[in-house]
Write a protein that binds this ligand. Sequence first.
Ligand code: HEM
Length: 189
Amino acid sequence: MEQVLKDLITLAGLTEQDYQILQDSAAHTQQWTNELTQAFYDTLYGYAPTSHIFKPGERPDRENTLITWYREVSSGRIDMNFWRRQWIVGLVHIPRRVTDPFMIGMMSRVQQLFLKKCLETFDLEQAMTVFGAFKRVTDVVTGLIAEGYFLSYVEATERMTGQSRALTERLVGLEISKMTEEMRKHITS
Ligand code: HEM
């Protein structure tokens, strides 16, 4: 997890200054919590593949989860435990069949709504500054959830079968070469 976090932070260009920007704008951005949460779940409940994921009566719990998450991100008080919790979101999503495309699509929506609110609230320069900080932090979150999902999935299968990572990587490499050939055959250029 630490190396994945380091890679994401370095490549996305996230800095301590971004945390400060989020802290300084939190009084404004936290006013958007409810609107953002409503838009989030209206979208998920309005689309059959994602609405099927939820159990009857679960919406208030899920809304509270997102409210807590958004308050934490927008507070700019981001430490190692915050990042560790994002990694675990990927694991928690696996048994509920919350795939990465669902998660990434919704993170995109959160970012777009956040940008719209920034443009309505701040002057253009300030809006881009606040959005840039939020975008970098939430992109790193996206990467952690996605990689937490993927690596934990692989690790769970390895634990079940007792197969080592080295063997998995070797066998996957061989199988993927065959699959690539097969797929290319079906694509007409
Ligand atoms: C921006 C994208 C998302 C973020 C940041 C996010 C965040 C979270 C967080 C913080 C939790 C609680 C994790 C824990 O208990 O430690 C959670 C759980 C959950 N999320 Fe997401 N989520 C996202 C997208 C989605 C989507 C798209 C769906 C459904 C299609 C979804 C469905 C769920 C469900 C059902 C749980 C409860 C899992 C359980 O406790 O059984 N999430 N999510």
